[in-house]
Design a protein around this ligand. Structure first.
Ligand code: TRP
Length: 343
């Protein structure tokens, strides 16, 4: 069966957004708008799998939405909404909890990392998180999912759930005249020059909102002076820059900064090094500051302006949710019929 090409992705409203979120996710969401119909979701139900302060959560949901809009996602042409406003996510997640096997979830590395040593004390929601993520995607029968490397395993699980549902209910799907398979097996869209943005203090660690040092990351709402000083203080090594990307091997800090420049400038690392190879980091860093400030400054400014007007953001989310609900309800009606629920 042919499925309509559709992109779905989600961002958790937890902690301040930083350059890693922008280059790894949001900038790519913007680029996909011309080739696909897109749904971009602020996944607030995923956020509460670990404790969130209610006042902070509300603020963060609006801040992620503001970042989407400020970066150039068009909420009229596409759909921008928060997950909890469309009840189909929770409903389909329950069905998927009954499709997915314990053994599958036991293999999820992100759960092991997030639960840490005290696994007995992790929420049931944190454990079942991947089946909610599968529901997010399959509720719209989305075919393409831009995600970071760290979400690849969850996307594979999504495919396994889709396939098992299609199999387990094959005769029921066919009997309803819905074709041979009901859910597509969604493809990850991974890659780009900065698929992984690393800490500015340690090229072996991912840039992260939970790093205790604020110097390790560039927040989307940092002002120009802060961005400049963080880049100037970023860790490097004593060698001059190589003239080809190949020469970045074994030099994680250099590779990270070149990757950031390439991603922000939307060019290849080789192109960046053709310009800066052989030169000192100080020259390169000055150019990186200019590029970062030119790219991120307007986004941060627009985010602040939008966040100051929460009523407008809430309108965007409500409108997006209403349009998402139309698609979600259609899928859920079929799912209920397929499973054998009376409605
Ligand atoms: N788990 C993703 C993350 O932490 C967020 C997410 C939730 C998501 N649902 C999704 C991403 C559906 C893509 C598609 O980054």
């Amino acid at each position: 069966m042919d499925f309509k090409q559709l992109v779905f992705s989600g961002v958790q409203p937890t902690g301040n957004l930083h350059l890693g979120n922008y280059l790894g996710a949001i900038q790519r969401f913007v680029a996909l708008q011309d080739s696909y119909d897109c749904l971009y979701c602020v996944v607030d139900m995923h956020a509460i799998t670990v404790w969130q302060d209610p006042v902070e959560l509300k603020k963060q949901i609006r801040e992620v939405t503001a970042a989407f809009i400020a970066a150039g996602i068009d909420p009229k042409r596409h759909i921008v909404f928060n997950q909890s406003q469309v009840s189909g996510h929770a409903e389909l997640a329950w069905v998927f909890n009954c499709v997915a096997r314990l053994g599958w979830l036991n293999r999820m590395t992100q759960f092991k990392e997030k639960a840490g040593k005290d696994r007995e004390n992790a929420s049931v929601g944190l454990y079942a998180y991947p089946s909610l993520m599968a529901a997010d995607i399959l509720l719209y029968r989305a075919t393409h999912v831009p995600v970071g490397e760290d979400q690849k395993q969850h996307l594979e699980l999504t495919r396994d759930i889709a396939q098992k549902f299609n199999n387990d209910f094959g005769p029921s799907i066919a009997a309803k005249g819905l074709g041979e398979v009901f859910f597509p097996l969604p493809e990850p869209l991974i890659g780009g020059p900065a698929a992984r943005v690393m800490s500015l203090r340690d090229g072996a660690k991912k840039m992260s909102k939970s790093d205790p040092s604020d110097l390790s990351r560039i927040n989307l709402t940092d002002d120009a002076d802060t961005v400049a000083s963080k880049i100037r203080k970023a860790k490097t090594d004593p060698e001059p820059l190589p003239s080809e990307a190949e020469g970045l091997k074994g030099r994680p800090e250099a590779e990270n900064l070149v990757g950031i420049y390439a991603a922000l400038g939307e060019v290849s690392k080789d192109k960046v090094l053709a310009e800066f190879g052989g030169g000192q980091f100080s020259t390169f860093k000055a150019a990186l500051v200019d590029l970062a400030v030119a790219k991120l400054g307007p986004i941060g400014g627009e985010m602040k302006r939008l966040v100051a007007e929460p009523g407008h953001i809430d309108d965007i989310l409500r409108d997006g949710a209403a349009r998402a609900r139309v698609l979600a309800d259609a899928t859920m009606s079929h799912v209920k019929d397929i499973v054998g629920f009376v409605r």
